[in-house]
Design a protein around this ligand. Structure first.
Ligand code: AHR
Length: 494
């Protein structure tokens, strides 16, 4: 069959918030230590303790916002342990992730320096589960108060004279689970209490994010919206793709055809969940003032054989490129409600951008998708309708082709398309309306084998290449999407 699509470049649908391309760095496994932080005395080249190879790679992604310090770690993190002279910082046990000793060498000052180097907005996740209202309130004072106060004075003693700008602040994480095993009514009240003392100092205006639901816990969203909507700017939502389910997730590299198919189907499932949570949000917030913040998402598999089960280290294949491409297209297409998303996690953990081993680093297929999709950041979404075939896994249908499109200020239109089939090319007649154009160029991420991934021996097995498999037809472009591909088409306005 020929798939069909119509792009109406003059029918605009609002800005795609660049924060949809956000990242997440957690004190988990080798994400912070080794992956980002090597310390100033390391033999690995670094800037203020952050390794240069990773830093340079991440800069290319134009990361708009970075969430830290967790995840589950956030609700057992006590920020005061991570400031002051490093050699005097308290050592603690990271009980949630692998029971390792955390020396607190990467704390608030180091995180802020990382954000500054990346050009990313900090998104701090506070501790509700095992912290206090005072502790959270003082963290905000420490970071953002410009004047004479106990916390601001302490910050200055620790070498930071000027306050930082902190916009995004999360009040707890997964408080239905690792963040305290709370019922939604209880958390809603705690949220109201804690957020009261998350103050705005001077010009710094905090955007408050309430801990949200997991997967299909619609009651959580209902209760939070009913009880606490006026006190929040965003409500989070978490969803991971586990091909085999949470307890037996499946291998990141050694998987079969059925696992590919179920992974695609589960990647698409996020759209159904977004729609259902959004419908509940619409009931309490028809103006869409409160954003849906997908601050954890990605494909989560079993750890690589022989690695620490508490470190969640996994490889990343062309399957992950597809999952990233499909998910990001879905987020773009829900830009009316989704204003931020943070893939888990940036380095060496779940669906990471880069993997490291000693002084080596590689870029994953997911990295390449994020780089390809930077064109959508803060661009204007335009209407794209796709008529495609259904594929099926586990009795559930999902589309073979998905996509999203946006327009830049100079009129250039970018379309990102995915073909989830393992075997079949997708021939697509793309009708282009509302745009006079002079030129089309393309880029593709694909591979001939669904297991292909980048290793330290073969770091460029899956990388983007120029895409030329398209031709002009009457009123548009005929595109041949290879099986298992993510494609960017750039239509340059005349
Ligand atoms: O990303 C790994 C963990 O998954 C996070 O720490 C937690 O929030 C979620 O359950």
């Amino acid at each position: 069959m020929t798939h069909r699509a119509v792009i109406n470049a003059d029918v605009t649908k609002g800005i795609i918030d660049k924060n949809i391309y956000g990242q997440f760095a957690e004190h988990l496994g080798r994400c912070i230590y080794e992956g980002l932080w090597v310390g100033e005395d390391s033999a690995i080249e670094n800037t203020k303790g952050i390794r240069n190879d990773v830093l340079h790679a991440l800069k290319e992604l134009k990361i708009p916002v970075l969430r830290w310090p967790g995840g589950c770690f956030a609700d057992e993190y006590h920020w005061k342990d991570g400031v002051g002279p490093r050699e005097k910082r308290k050592r603690m046990v990271n009980t949630h992730w692998g029971g390792l000793v955390e020396n607190n060498h990467f704390g608030t000052h180091e995180f802020m320096a990382l954000c500054e180097m990346l050009g990313a907005e900090p998104y701090i996740n506070g501790n509700v589960g095992s912290g206090t209202v005072q502790e959270m309130s003082e963290w905000v004072e420490y970071m953002t108060f410009d004047g004479e106060s106990p916390m601001a004075n302490w910050r200055k003693e620790n070498g930071q004279a000027l306050p930082w700008r902190v916009k995004y602040f999360g009040v707890g994480n997964e408080n239905w689970g690792c963040g305290g095993n709370m019922r939604p009514e209880f958390y809603a009240d705690l949220y109201r209490q804690f957020q009261t003392y998350v103050r705005n100092y001077g010009e710094n205006k905090i955007y408050k994010i309430a801990g949200g639901a997991n997967v299909a816990d619609f009651n959580w969203t209902e209760v939070l919206m009913r009880e606490a909507a006026p006190f929040m700017d965003g409500l989070s939502f978490h969803y991971y793709v586990h091909p085999g389910g949470f307890w037996n997730k499946g291998d990141a590299v050694r998987f079969d055809e059925a696992e590919w198919d179920i992974s695609m189907q589960k990647a698409y499932h996020i759209e159904t969940l977004i729609d259902k949570h959004a419908t509940i949000m619409d009931k309490y917030d028809p103006e869409k003032r409160i954003a849906m913040i997908v601050d954890e998402w990605g494909a989560w598999y079993d750890v690589e054989p022989g690695t620490n089960p508490g470190f969640l280290y996994q490889q990343n294949t062309v399957r992950d490129a597809l999952i990233a491409g499909i998910s990001l297209n879905i987020f773009n297409n829900h830009n009316d409600r989704i204003k931020m998303a943070n893939i888990a996690q940036m380095v060496n953990v779940i669906q990471s951008m880069v993997l490291t081993e000693g002084d080596q680093m590689l870029l994953t297929p997911t990295y390449h998708v994020f780089k390809m999709y930077t064109v959508h950041q803060d661009s204007e979404r335009v209407s794209l309708d796709i008529d495609t075939t259904s594929l099926e896994a586990d009795g559930i249908n999902y589309p073979q082709v998905n996509g999203s499109a946006s327009k830049q200020e100079d009129g250039t239109v970018n379309i990102t398309l995915t073909n989830a089939s393992r075997t079949d090319e997708a021939t697509l007649d793309l009708h282009v309306r509302g745009l006079d154009y002079k030129n089309v160029i393309g880029e593709v991420i694909t591979s001939t084998d669904m297991h292909h991934h980048n290793t330290f021996d073969e770091p460029e097995k899956v990388t983007p290449t120029a895409f030329t498999d398209f031709k002009e037809i009457d009123g548009g472009i005929n595109v041949s999407l290879p099986p298992m591909s993510v494609v960017l088409l750039t239509i340059q306005a005349s």
